[in-house]
Design a binder for this molecule. Structure first.
Ligand code: ADP
Ligand code: MG
Length: 321
């Protein structure tokens, strides 16, 4: 199977009705028609074998995850997806692998009306790079630098299950439970697109990001960009059932520093509290107030007794020692 046959067989599909795509796969470039007056949102994420997923990982799962982590970035901007490109490096053109990969990829793409509009295909160590294109109303994007002092800090869903799944797979001694109960949280993250768009349309919602490298580390990005600090009330963070049997310090690490959650962490003025709850209901996702933003810089995490817990705002850094 040659490069062009591979693209035609696995990555060329009939165009979706009502999509922004004027011209898709097959020309030198794609043509997208955003809604007049809207701003484009563009984001890229790469998944590298051995770094972001295990060698030999299931291809259908990879197809889902490669797109999901990108759609999660659009969700965190409050954007509506328009389309995506796929740059693929493959060691071999394995038809069964590609078919399964495409199945996982397009199931998620179709669920969100986000068509594949182009890409690049080359031989090389397995590497999946997706760029997503979305749109927002001008001024409505949920930026990291837009938090205000006094904002409430909110989290969608719950954190830590993906970290537990990783630990169970690696056989880390502290991890207990059934990997099957949490595997999907690691392998098949759910991009919170409906919530992101509902929040972007809610007056008083200010800043957001998606939690990929741990709640505290990612919160640090909002704090630095907005020149603010935060207080987090540990006991208000929801604990998924799978985490309830863990020793307290490990449970806390999962909640605060586990990666790969792809939940939204966002800030909104207190007057928007009920509107935020309504946005969560509309999107079908639980949203929980877990703290607040402060003019004073620094991050303070308190336990149920009000005692300070030592915490750092360092998330996962691929190039840290
Ligand atoms: P060019 O040489 O003009 O860059 P290519 O030969 O790389 O074009 O690709 C041919 C067409 O197939 C282009 O429209 C490109 O966007 C598309 N394409 C290539 N690889 C992929 C892929 N993995 N998924 C979707 N479209 C792809
Ligand atoms: Mg090319």
């Amino acid at each position: 199977m040659g490069e062009f046959e591979l693209i035609a067989r696995h990555f060329t599909r009939p165009s979706l009705p009502d999509s922004a795509v004027v011209l898709g796969v097959g020309d030198d470039g794609a043509l997208l028609q955003p809604t007049p007056g809207h701003q484009l949102v563009i984001s890229t994420d790469m998944l590298v074998e051995g770094r972001h997923f295990f060698a030999g990982a299931e291809p259908e799962t990879l197809g889902h995850k490669a797109l999901a982590v990108n759609l999660s970035d659009l969700a965190a901007m409050g954007a509506r997806p328009l389309g995506f490109t796929l740059a693929l490096a493959l060691p071999v053109a394995d038809d069964a692998w590609l078919a399964a990969f495409a199945r996982g990829l397009f199931a998620l793409a179709d669920a969100h009306g986000c068509p594949l509009v182009g890409g690049d295909t080359t031989r090389g160590p397995l590497n999946l790079c997706i760029t997503v294109f979305g749109e927002v109303r001008p001024g409505r994007a949920l930026r990291r630098d837009a938090a205000h002092a006094g904002d409430e800090l909110w989290l969608s869903g719950c954190t830590g299950e993906a970290r537990l799944a990783l630990a169970l797979r690696r056989g880390e001694a502290w991890a207990t439970g059934d990997v099957a109960a949490v595997a999907d949280r690691m392998d098949r993250p759910t991009p919170r697109l409906a919530l992101g768009q509902a929040l972007a349309a809610t007056p008083g919602v200010h800043a957001a990001l998606d939690v990929s490298d741990g709640l505290l580390g990612d919160l640090g990005h909002i704090l630095r960009a907005s020149h603010l600090g935060a207080e987090i009330d540990l006991s208000s963070i929801p604990v998924a059932p799978a985490l309830r049997g863990l020793a307290p310090e490990h449970q806390r690490d999962c909640l605060l520093a586990g990666g790969d959650d792809y939940e939204l962490l966002f800030t909104a003025e207190a007057a928007a509290h009920d509107a935020v709850l309504a946005a969560g209901r509309m999107a079908g996702v639980a949203v929980t107030r877990i703290g607040r933003l402060t003019l004073e810089q620094g991050l303070h995490v308190r336990d149920a007794q009000g005692q300070a817990i030592h915490a750092t705002v360092r998330g996962f850094d691929h190039f840290a020692d």
